[in-house]
Design a protein around this ligand. Sequence first.
Ligand SMILES: *Cc1c(COP(=O)(O)O)cnc(C)c1O
Length: 372
Amino acid sequence: MNIPLSRPDITEAEIDAVVAVLRTPHLSLGPKLAEFEAAFAGYIGAPHAIALSSGTAGLHLGLQTLGIGEGDEVILPSFTFIAAANSVLYQRATPVFADIDPLTLNLTADSIERVITPRSRAIILVHTFGYPADLDPILKLAGKHNLRIIEDACEAIGAEYGGRKVGGFGDLGVFSFYPNKPITTGEGGVVVTRNPSIARQMRALRNQGRMENDGWLEHSLLGFNYRLPDINCALGIAQLSRIDGILASRERVANQYYEALQPYPDITPPPMAAASGRISGRISWFAYVVRLPHGTRDRVVQALTAQGIDCRPYFPPIHLQPLYSTDTAPGQNLPVTEDIALRTLAVPFFNHLSNEEVLTVSEALARALQDI
Ligand SMILES: *Cc1c(COP(=O)(O)O)cnc(C)c1O
């Protein structure tokens, strides 16, 4: 038996769409790029979408176009993927970690307010595991302190808050299409924004600093090569065209896990939207992350791995990573993050996971706990 943690879902039509690009001379900066950007902007309901080589590139250019640099503090969760904090370091700015809500695992206005200082300039607001962060109070707080907001929606394509898609609330929103995300372009990302000046700068920065009216060997800005090839854009267009079905499949799998785990009170499933008034909106299921009793996770991982079931402790806190632990911000106090991160385990989760596999994984989890 082998049940992977995630598995991309690529149709024959998608393979054909990629091959069709290879029969044209437009492999980069061609018509599929513009088409993908227009489709994505339309899906989120944002005026501008800029496709990039990765979500990480989007976070990096996001901070750069917002003017974040040395001496500036950027508030973000420690309980997330390391790319968010790294993008702050790329800009020589200072990451300041705020704690998370124990239910939604997201930053809250309260946890953000506790770490605001006169140097705070921006918030990277992660919609963790596809749960929409409680945006209204956070937007209000950001307005009061003149903080810019980057929504890291890399795990939250299609998640909604107040009936609107996340990613479109902040100064800009970042999405990723790495193969473990709900839709993939192999590698890739998109930034959405309402701000035409950010969009213009970002198009220049991804393309070696060439502004709109620059020639091919004219470079107004210090840019990067963060372009997304048309080959990948063609895959993105096709994947995006069936996003509703993809998100529905993932919700089906999440519901099946929830049912399958009911007999086992030691395994805490992720909250379902209806289960709590604190989740305001629609979850986009990115991963299935259960919580285990303290002191059991390592042995559960061993037991599942031995049976060919992949699992991973999402996420080790960033402030405890070797790269960050040496220059930990003084007075850092992240009790919820540190507690949760010792107990969370992501189990296999992807569009075509069968109910039988869901039951197999759930029973293996329960047996592993029983044997401890
Ligand atoms: C996947 C992910 C990223 C990075 O995206 P890449 O496309 O792999 O660079 C950033 N933030 C979060 C929360 C992610 O899950």
